[in-house]
Design a protein around this ligand. Sequence first.
Ligand SMILES: [Zn+2]
Length: 355
Amino acid sequence: MCSRCPCFVILKIYSVSAVLRKKTLSLMAITKHSLSVPEPRPETLIYPPLLSIISYPSSLKSRRFFIHPFKKSFRLFLITGIFTIILAGSCASASRNIIIEDETINKDITTGDVSDIKDVITLDDDKTDDSNKTEEKDSIYPVPTAFVALTFDDGPSYQTHKLLDVLKEHNIRATFFVSGVNMVKTDDILVSANQRKIDEGHEFANHAFYHYSWGNGNFSYDSMKRDFQRCQDEIIRVTGKSTPFFRAPNLIRNHVMTRVLRDLEMFDIIGYSLDDWRPNVTTRTLIDIMTRKHIAVDGQIFILHDHGRNNVINAIPQIAHILRERGIDFMTLSELAKHRGIDLNSDFGKLYGYF
Ligand SMILES: [Zn+2]
């Protein structure tokens, strides 16, 4: 025990007060008849200052004769006691804060709830970590034994090229759930983005023509079918082939939608939603969630957005590096379905959260 430790000081004060108490008791034994001092209780030898408080009221009657023998030690004890309580309290409070912060991270990580994580994790989204790029180039990855699919909703957008650049740089092929309303736009930037997707081996999938919450019960079978087919027609116009994959806008689905998808020979694809469009979902949040061992599993489908946000753009290189080191690589949805033995020629309308 260090001599500077408060506990050491307290013990020292305590032993001094005990000695004082013992000596005074001897004195009291000699003079007790003349002073009418009550006989001290045996416990007072163990806790003199404390028991003196307890025993004091009984001696009030003879107070004018009674000079409390432990007045000084009692004061000293009281001061050191208060000091110790304050010190212990502040230590406990500090350690509690650390535990709470830890729990916040753990809770957010285990539940996938990322709404409160921004105060804990502070990674600047605008900075790209070049150290990871170097690390990736220098690493030799094991032969992949598991595969996941990155899917991007809502495009094409004016930022799609930015996303395609990072996917190309890291040799990742993804699946784009396009909105028909964006597919019909004729801006060069959008048209060329679609062409790049084809040239660079990405896959197109159906995200409805209009981004309505089609599954909220307000839409008829016919209106849904017409809309989904319209998006399908745009995909065929651009790519020359249809897609078996559909994702409901806002992930809102119902039984009418299931019938429509069955009749249009498509599958209802959801997946692991990252809420990457939320302002508080950072690069670090995406990396943390998408690389967790129980989430980044064979057949997993990640839902991201083709909005060109820096959190997604900056997270992809690091996610690719971490997963590839673990023998996990990326596939398009069609490839992943094949890899997982999913039959895409029957059970139309079936819901898949992963393959
Ligand atoms: Zn969407």
